[in-house]
Design a protein around this ligand. Structure first.
Ligand code: KG4
Ligand code: ZN
Length: 335
């Protein structure tokens, strides 16, 4: 089954052609960083307008690289939410037009479900339900029990900043350019993770929730102090990263103790983080649990993951090509 995926929920204009939810024939993304960097973050109005300018070319490019034609597609998958409304509508409108013109099914995919199924791209194994995913992106941080392709339950979530947001804000405090997460990751490689002890959030008894705003504030106060002004930035970056990763791995371990899972996956932009990957893999070896980590290019936003989710969730996500609309607050759990 050949699915064209379209993803425009935030600032990446992405299209991909994927066979049977796993074989990525093409995955293209035009990153808009240069347009947003001077503002230090994403400007929604600019993102939407760039999608309009770039999406047709991205779709054609994806088909070309896949060596396929519109007529060979079996369906169109599009991110219907959550995300920026002005960005989502561009992808949804394009997908509806294609589905209608080609007379193919259209699948309305939740962006976060896409991140979860990214773990199975370019891999032979099918999703080993039930599995547990630590989803860490720019807007979300949550632990998800995936019992089937459509039964996904949130076990814990952040009360304030998402992990990626904490990376981006802390990177900014360290004077790193946008987007900060990958830059901080790189800077931290030259630093000592034990140089400074930043706070590790602990949730209330029985909760698997997260909080990162206290950590970010603590880094800010430290940087404003005399010691902080003289500190090596790489040491601060490494110590911040150690605190984030400690909390993520601790919560993951706690969740695994409470349930039975065949595997543990990490996904979302922060899953590309080198220290997080190393820590989760090391923990998985000790605990004897298989760990699934998407290739770095599938951790951050891409359209292949949207096509993958559509393959696994076909009936549940099939939508009407005339009436489908984008939903910036699309619920994660289906009731
Ligand atoms: O999943 P994603 O591409 O977009 C959202 O759906 O939010 O995640 C983007 C987030 C950004 O906050 C970015 O700084 C972070 O993922 N990120 C990283 C790394 N690569 C991307 N954070 C830490 N280390 C990285 N290597
Ligand atoms: Zn994302």
């Amino acid at each position: 089954m050949l699915i064209l995926g379209i993803e425009t929920s935030c600032d990446d204009t992405a299209a991909a052609v994927v066979r049977d939810g796993t074989r990525v024939l093409s995955s293209v993304a035009t990153n808009q960083d240069e347009f947003h960097a001077k503002y230090g973050g994403i400007v929604p109005e600019i993102a939407g307008r760039r999608h309009v300018a770039l999406l047709s070319a991205a779709v054609e490019d994806a088909l070309d690289r896949a060596g396929t034609a519109f007529e060979s597609l079996d369906g169109i998958a599009v991110t219907a939410g959550p995300g920026l409304i002005g960005s989502l509508v561009v992808g949804v409108a394009a997908a509806k037009a294609l589905a209608f013109a080609l007379d193919r099914p259209i699948y309305a995919i939740n962006h976060l479900h896409g991140h979860i199924f990214a773990a199975f791209l370019d891999r032979d194994d099918a999703p080993p339900y039930p599995f547990l995913t630590l989803l860490v992106s720019g807007g979300h941080t949550q632990l998800v029990a995936v019992k089937s392709a459509t039964d996904l339950r949130i076990l814990g979530r952040t009360h304030d900043d998402a992990a990626g947001e904490a990376y981006d804000k802390t990177a900014r405090l360290l004077g790193l350019p946008y987007p900060g997460g990958p830059q901080l990751d790189r800077l931290a490689r030259d630093g000592d993770p034990n140089a400074y002890r930043f706070p590790r959030h602990r949730p209330a008894e029985g909760s698997l929730d997260f909080s990162f705003s206290g950590l970010k504030t603590s880094v800010r106060y430290f940087l404003e102090s005399d010691a902080g002004r003289n500190a090596r930035r790489a040491d601060v970056a490494a110590s911040f990263q150690a605190a984030v990763v400690d909390v993520l791995v601790a919560r993951l371990a706690e969740a695994v103790e409470r349930g039975r899972y065949n595997a543990i996956a990490i996904s979302g932009g922060v899953a590309a983080n080198s220290r997080l990957q190393a820590a989760v893999k090391a923990w998985g070896e000790r605990a004897n649990v298989p760990i699934l980590v998407p290739a770095a290019k599938y951790c951050t936003d891409n359209a292949a993951m949207i096509a993958a989710a559509a393959f696994y969730q076909q009936d549940a996500t099939a939508a009407d090509a005339l009436s489908l609309s984008a939903d910036p607050n699309l619920a994660f759990e289906r009731v």
